[in-house]
Design a protein around this ligand. Structure first.
Ligand code: FES
Length: 273
């Protein structure tokens, strides 16, 4: 059992959990994730390790209430325990001293971006973080990202905070100011990652996307998380979750994420009853 030591609502429908998991905290590297089962009969939920504290033996997970299982997890409070937390899973982020790295996170994409940013800075890079939200009241972790980044740019769709527009507007601004960008790393909604990839492809900037496909076993056996990258089938749980964003078939990924929408809605209705 994995005890929840802290729980905090970060924004509407987004919770942060600090969970006691000493072995995972010791081994986890940026880019990796865990699979959580809230109860013994629960669905498996893949969640990125957003932060870790090996000394305290804790990991930080961020959960967006989007379906039955994530709603169920949000009912758990400090002192409660999660049935299983398996990990760390997936390949760690490739981290080198590239120079100037721009990390782009939209909404819950800040979970992988935060852990990756820690590694990128530790390797001696200059880091600009672009955080995108729909509006001011949905913003979270600006403080945490400011600690690890040399510069943080926040965008909101409606202009209620920071720069009005999308993360791609902020990224284009940097490119047009002729700032040298050696690498872009993005995570967030699939349309956002697709737009980032299209933009950076035009300018020849190497770009990595951290994907969030449907997962079941997390060990490369079930095929649920398959994505097409450069015309080849890859399993995000063992080959990823990060891939060359210029090679990812984002349209296929979007379709696959919608595949079980009816069943998810039905499960949610039954859970709420
Ligand atoms: Fe089953 Fe990746 S989750 S193969």
């Amino acid at each position: 059992m994995f005890q929840i030591l802290k729980k905090k609502e970060l924004a509407e429908n987004v919770d942060e959990f600090v969970v006691r998991a000493p072995l995972i905290a010791k081994k986890a590297k940026p880019g990796q994730f865990v699979i959580v089962r809230v109860t013994a009969k629960g669905e498996r939920i893949p969640l990125t390790i957003a932060d870790k504290d090996p000394e305290d033996g804790t990991i930080t997970l961020m959960v967006q209430r989007v379906g039955k299982s994530t709603f169920h997890m949000s009912c758990f409070d400090e002192g409660n325990s999660l049935r299983d937390v398996v990990g760390p899973l997936g390949r760690p982020t490739e981290i080198k001293k590239w120079g100037h790295v721009v990390a782009v996170g939209g909404g819950l994409g800040l979970a992988p971006i935060h852990h990756i940013a820690l590694g990128v800075k530790e390797a001696g890079n200059r880091l600009t973080t672009i955080m995108g939200f729909r509006r001011k009241d949905l913003i979270f972790w600006e403080d945490k990202m400011s600690v690890v980044s040399d510069r943080v740019i926040v965008t909101t769709n409606d202009g209620s905070y920071g720069m009005k527009g999308l993360v791609t507007d902020a990224l284009l601004n940097l490119i047009e100011k002729e700032e040298k960008i050696d690498r872009v790393i993005c995570a967030g909604p699939v349309p956002m990652m697709k737009a980032v990839a299209e933009l950076t492809k035009d300018y020849g900037i190497p770009t990595i996307a951290s994907l969030n496909p449907i997962m079941v076993d997390g060990t490369g056996m079930c095929g649920a998380c398959r994505v097409t990258v450069g015309g080849e089938v890859k399993f995000a749980c063992v080959d990823g979750p990060e891939f060359d964003a210029h090679q990812i078939d984002f349209d296929e990924l979007m379709n696959r994420l919608r595949m079980f929408k009816d069943k998810e809605e039905l499960a949610m209705r039954e859970f709420q009853r």
